[in-house]
Design a binder for this molecule. Structure first.
Ligand SMILES: [Zn+2]
Length: 118
């Protein structure tokens, strides 16, 4: 993975161009240095780095209300439901260890406001 990130960073670096843009005022001129590069190569680099630090996180798998990482499952009636990406682990009353994911509907600290039922 690091090899892919370094290769993508090299592509971004090779496409980079430095532009000195004149600015400021006559009394106080200055030059703003701007670096441009290949946008698609830059987006690929960002995607690889994000995937490296958050493996398996597909785009759009953050809660839109609290930005928590989510995992989506299909429910019995074939709709999708968000679960917390982080596991909760513990022992049951027989001493068996379990790792589960909680429904994000139950854990979201900033759930959307629902309209009151009539
Ligand atoms: Zn949330």
């Amino acid at each position: 993975m690091i090899d892919k990130i370094l290769k993508a960073a090299r592509v971004v670096g090779e496409a980079a161009q430095i532009h000195d843009l004149p600015g400021g005022t006559i009394e106080s001129p200055n030059v703003e240095r701007v670096i441009t590069t290949d946008v698609e190569a830059f987006e690929e680099l960002v995607r690889l780095v994000e995937d490296y630090f958050n493996p398996g996180r597909a785009p759009g798998s953050l809660c839109q209300f609290c930005q928590a990482p989510l995992v989506w499952i299909k429910t019995g009636n074939n709709s999708r439901a968000p679960l917390d990406a982080a596991h909760v682990s513990g022992l049951d009353d027989t001493g068996r260890h379990h790792r589960i994911r909680l429904s994000h509907f139950a854990t979201c600290p900033r759930p959307p406001r629902r309209k009151p039922r009539p």
